[in-house]
Design a protein around this ligand. Structure first.
Ligand code: FAD
Ligand code: NDP
Length: 457
């Protein structure tokens, strides 16, 4: 490429950015993409992918234990944390290379540098100072973990560092009650740490269905995770054998690591957005319309930097749509309804559609179907374990409004339920589907007795 004129300049080589760049290039556009850290972005380098690998690692402990109930004898297995971290690193390095090659094979020019916006159609490459003229700019810079302001916070870690800890934390305290805090509490408990989860509210996973929140809290407590509710940290100190953290509720917690997972903020600092006139909201997310257009006509934004639904598949869909809209004459908008999502805790939560409280706020009559059972595997393993499934149905149209599952395979089930709900399935459709036996999922099509009906007068 001659260097300084492109049809599309993409800032950020994460989920949204790489998809937009590749698709734009496939439509014949001249594309340059800048990535300041590692290709693949949060999801590949320090998010979904390494997280799921650690989730797999963490589940072996219970598998080893459960095996005894099925006749296996075993020796006490041990974890080599360094070997796990090294294996994880090899895999994400492989993926990083694959992302780089996919871009290059698609004809995208990848520059490994920070990029900043100079004006509505100019981007500056920070490493060389080169200015690139662009007909369109796409900001796909993602987000970063929030840290609180409190004495000793510099001793604490967040999700950026947790994947590469030099030594395994035998005791870890995790602050937060959202996806990341809950997932890492499960990971470290499974790997053998003594885990405390500290959350400011009345129960973890605000925004999820109540039955899932209660079910997971109970399951975590059964697994030995200590959950401190209605409390926050006030200070952290280094001690001779680790860290000592004080809470507003008067507790002193001793740990090898203190991790904050208290939300993320859009990466917009020093990006030149204000100079270019790009409007931000109160949380400093870029304001976009339904076509991901910012307040500046030549500048677009997708993914976490817009703080719409902060999930990888959403960022990918948004990036793809921007490329199609700009370079193939399409007018695609994203449908944000019924997005399936999972919390990769152990046990796992899988969910799609409305929670019970959302359904009751939006629909006149809501029927609730609930199953709470001991999964078959637990009979021989002897593990005290429950699987909870819940369907919310519109009492007037019979349409299924929400499906919530706590238990093994919940995430995988929710992906399929997402299709079912996109097609507008009714409870009668579930009922006339033949059960697959023996499975946990068969409960979804055999829940005949309504647990409750809520009717607004
Ligand atoms: P990102 O993937 O964050 O990419 C942004 C890129 O821009 C980064 O590589 C960054 O280095 C680069 N960048 C920033 N500023 C500049 C600049 N000025 N110049 C050049 N480059 C720049 N989502 C799921 O769907 N499922 C999960 O299981 C899941 N697990 C997660 C676990 C964790 C621990 C975390 C933190 C997130 C998880 N997510 C998950 C969320 C998911 O990672 C994000 O929603 C997704 O990565 C957003 O994609 P993006 O393109 O908006 O940004
Ligand atoms: P979340 O927004 O999910 O959760 C943040 C948590 O931190 C909430 O419990 C919140 O409490 C709490 N919190 C916020 N501010 C403070 C504070 N000042 N002090 C104490 N607690 C605080 O953010 P995460 O960081 O967990 O994850 C970021 C996003 O990444 C997720 O929302 C999700 O979109 C994505 N993600 C998706 C995953 C998946 O799909 N499996 C996995 C991991 C991340 P409160 O509820 O009271 O506000």
């Amino acid at each position: 490429m001659s260097g300084s004129e492109v049809d599309l300049f993409v800032i950020g080589g994460g989920s949204g950015g790489v998809r937009a760049a590749r698709i734009a290039s496939s439509h014949g556009a001249k594309v340059m993409l800048a990535e300041e850290f590692r290709m693949g972005g949060t999801c590949v380098i320090r998010g979904c992918v390494p997280k799921k690998l650690l989730v797999y690692a963490s589940r072996y402990r219970e598998e080893f234990e459960d095996a005894a109930g099925f006749g296996w004898s075993r020796e006490e297995p041990t974890l080599d944390w360094s070997a796990l971290v090294a294996a994880k690193e090899r895999e994400i390095t492989r993926l990083e290379g694959a992302y780089q090659r996919t871009q290059e094979n698609a004809g995208v020019t990848v520059v490994k540098t920070r990029a900043v916006i100079e004006d509505a159609q100019t981007v500056r490459l920070v490493n060389t100072g080169e200015r690139v003229k662009a007909k369109h700019i796409l900001v796909a810079t993602g987000g970063r973990p929030n840290m609180p302001t409190l004495p000793g916070v510099e001793h604490a870690i967040n999700s950026n560092e947790v994947f590469d800890l030099p030594t395994f934390p035998k005791r870890i305290v995790i602050a937060g009650g959202g996806y990341i805090a809950v997932e890492f509490a499960g990971i470290f408990a499974g790997l053998g740490s003594e885990v405390t989860l500290i959350y400011r509210g009345e129960n973890i996973l605000r925004g999820f269905d109540e039955d899932m929140r209660i079910g997971l809290r109970d399951a975590y407590q059964r697994r030995g995770i200590r959950i401190l509710l209605g409390d926050t940290f006030t200070s952290i100190e280094k001690t001779a054998d680790g860290l000592s953290a004080k809470t507003a509720g008067g507790e002193t917690l001793h740990a090898d690591q203190v991790m904050f997972a208290i939300g993320r903020s859009p990466n917009v600092d020093d990006l030149g957005l204000e100079t270019a006139g790009v409007a931000l909201d109160r949380d400093r997310a870029i304001i976009v319309d339904e076509m991901s257009r910012t307040s500046v006509p030549t500048i677009y934004a997708v993914g976490d930097v817009t703080n719409r639904v902060n999930l990888t598949p959403v960022a990918i869909r948004e990036g793809h749509a921007v490329a199609d809209n700009l370079f193939s004459g399409a007018s695609i908008t994203i449908d944000y309804s019924n997005i399936p999502t999972a919390v990769f805790s152990t046990p796992e939560i899988g969910t799609v559609g409305l929670t019970e409280s959302e359904a009751r706020a939006r629909h006149r009559i809501v029927d609730v179907y609930r199953a709470n059972f001991r999964p078959m595997k637990a009979t021989l393993s002897g593990r005290e374990e429950r699987c909870i499934m819940k369907l919310l149905v519109d009492g007037e149209t019979d349409k299924v409004l929400g499906c919530h599952i706590l238990g093994e395979g919940a995430g995988e089930m929710s992906q399929i339920l997402g299709i079912v709900m996109k097609m507008g399935a009714t409870k009668a459709d579930f009922d006339r589907t033949m059960a697959l036996h023996p499975s946990s999922a068969e409960e979804l099509v055999t829940m005949r007795t309504r647990a409750a009906r809520f009717e607004q007068s």
